[in-house]
Design a protein around this ligand. Structure first.
Ligand code: FAD
Ligand code: NAI
Length: 465
């Protein structure tokens, strides 16, 4: 006789990977439960990641504009003051609305929220806070945690991860950010705009590794002009708490004299690691790779039958939309459909000012792979709308195959880059050529005309430059 299960699909973790997988599975007719140990749904992204960071980025951008940019528009405001407590409360309200939204969606789709900590016992079996629950399919979407650095002990008050950096009760006078990646630059920007003196200590000799080199160079120049301090090619070896704050010891990565840096708050943001420990995975027979990520096949199946994994806990970019798309694909695969994620067209955005948005191949990776390509570029300085907005920093860069003209990668630094990258992603998903993009009518005056002009520039026929 067939085994009776409590649920058809049980998802561990209610982040963007898990909650989306649960909803899609319910839409497809499965009886679904989602286990979450946090008091609210939405995972890292909604509670302590994407959403609160974007709320603070928006608020701090508004404050910065009021104190620095409005005068240039002929708007004179005296006595602008910062009410940090209100700014934080607003961030809390934004998070609350989002996590409550997921709760509503669970009810609407009849997904059962099992509150508690899930431990995998074996195929078809988990415990939730010790209580056994069975399911035909088990999906692990446990996400990731901030990576540790030896010698730097996090207390989430003066030595913080992103979680503490989203909760500071006062603007630090001096903030040192360890790691010049996405979190460091986004949250470094927040506190810089609110008045902190910010220094980024980065191990490599460049920021945002993996991003197209030309874009990263321009990004670094713009951030330096904004007054962001940088210690590239340096690593932190020690963080000691003192009466005044924190004393950091830093050393050149290539070797050399150590020096010290004093600050009030340290943000540790050197990457995130898969949350795969202490939940019975290895004991039950789920294989992990050397970095602790769950090993999966092309259909998200782990080494243990009936157990699947998606999102930050498996290989690939640690991005909410990647986790969501995997959640949908897996639910469809479990329903016998052909769910699929195109890993060649996953956009990635840094929500600083200006924004940096990229999709597809970088120039470096094309060179390395020996692929012949053409480049088209267009600066926002030559875009009418950008001039009207007073936001002319940055450019669009399109890489197209030299023979077929197929778009291989699009990289944008500039105002609204994060929205414009959707057009580029769609073009790539449809296998468009740069000619296709160049011949598509773009509304005037919009920033997106810079994408069209960059596409025209692939054959050196841009009109406005
Ligand atoms: P998570 O969102 O981490 O969710 C996993 C959930 O599982 C957690 O709620 C956890 O409590 C729960 N869980 C784990 N183990 C168990 C267990 N045993 N039992 C019960 N529950 C368990 N990405 C973007 O795309 N855009 C952004 O702008 C962006 N900004 C970010 C800003 C910050 C500060 C941070 C830290 C991350 C940001 N990210 C962003 C990354 C994004 O948050 C992650 O890629 C995304 O949350 C991954 O989703 P997930 O479902 O795999 O895991
Ligand atoms: P990251 O991988 O983006 O950057 C880490 C940086 O730290 C790298 O530049 C690395 O060279 C550097 N580094 C590593 N060890 C170091 C050391 N000992 N000393 C100094 N520098 C060191 O990681 P980050 O910023 O912590 O973000 C984690 C993840 O969260 C990212 O992978 C990203 O996918 C996700 N995220 C996404 C966002 C977005 O999409 N807008 C926003 C925030 C996070």
């Amino acid at each position: 006789a067939e085994t009776e299960y409590d649920y058809d699909v049980l998802v561990i973790g209610a982040g963007p990977g898990g909650y989306v997988c649960a909803i899609r599975a319910a839409q497809l007719g499965f009886k679904v439960a989602c286990v979450e140990k946090r008091a609210t749904l939405g995972g890292t992204c909604l509670n302590v990641g994407c959403i609160p960071s974007k709320a603070l980025l928006q608020s701090s951008e508004n404050y910065h504009a009021a104190t620095h940019d409005y005068a240039g528009h002929g708007i004179l405001i005296d006595g602008v003051r910062l009410d940090l407590a209100r700014m934080m409360a607003r961030k809390g309200e934004v998070v609350e609305a989002n996590v409550k939204g997921v709760e509503f969606l669970f009810k609407k789709n009849k997904v059962t929220w099992l509150k508690g900590f899930a431990k995998l016992e074996g195929t078809g079996r988990v415990t939730v806070d010790g209580k056994p629950v069975t399911a035909r399919h088990i999906v692990i979407a446990s996400g990731s945690d901030s990576a540790d650095l030896p010698g730097v002990t996090v207390d989430e008050k003066t030595i913080v991860t992103s979680t503490g950096a989203l909760e500071l009760s006062a603007v630090p006078k001096r903030l040192v950010v360890i790691g010049g990646g996405v979190i460091g630059l986004e949250l470094g920007s927040v506190w810089k705009r609110l008045g902190a003196e910010v220094t980024v200590v980065e191990f490599l000799d460049r920021l945002v590794p993996g991003t197209d080199g030309e874009i990263a160079k321009q990004f670094q120049r713009i951030l330096a002009r904004q007054g962001l301090g940088m210690k590239l090619g340096h690593k932190v070896t020690k963080a000691e708490k003192t009466a005044q704050g924190v004393l950091l010891t830093i050393e050149p990565t290539a070797g050399g004299e150590a020096e010290t840096l004093e600050c009030d708050v340290v943000l540790l943001s050197i990457g995130r690691v898969a949350a795969s420990r202490n939940m019975g995975l290895e004991e039950a027979g789920v294989a992990l790779d050397a970095r602790g990520r769950i090993v999966t096949d092309a259909h998200f199946a782990t080494s243990l039958p009936g157990v699947y994994a998606i999102g930050d806990v498996i290989a690939g970019p640690m991005l909410a939309h990647k986790a969501e798309d995997e959640g949908v694909a897996l639910a469809e695969i479990l329903a016998g459909q052909k769910g699929h994620v195109n890993y060649d067209a996953i956009p990635s955005v840094v929500y600083t000012w200006p924004e940096v948005a990229t999709v597809g191949r970088t120039e470096e990776s094309l060179k390395e792979a020996g692929i012949n390509y053409k480049v088209g570029k267009f600066p926002f300085m030559a875009n009418g709308r950008a001039r009207a907005m007073g936001m002319t920093d940055g450019f669009v860069k399109i890489l197209a195959d030299a023979a077929s003209d197929r778009v291989l990668g699009v990289h944008i630094i500039g105002p609204g880059a994060g929205e414009m990258i959707a057009e580029a992603t769609l073009a790539m998903e449809f296998g468009a050529s740069s000619e296709d993009v160049a011949r598509t009518c773009h509304a005037h005056p919009t920033l997106s005309e810079a994408v069209k002009e960059a596409a025209l520039d692939v054959e050196k026929r841009a009109i406005h430059i």
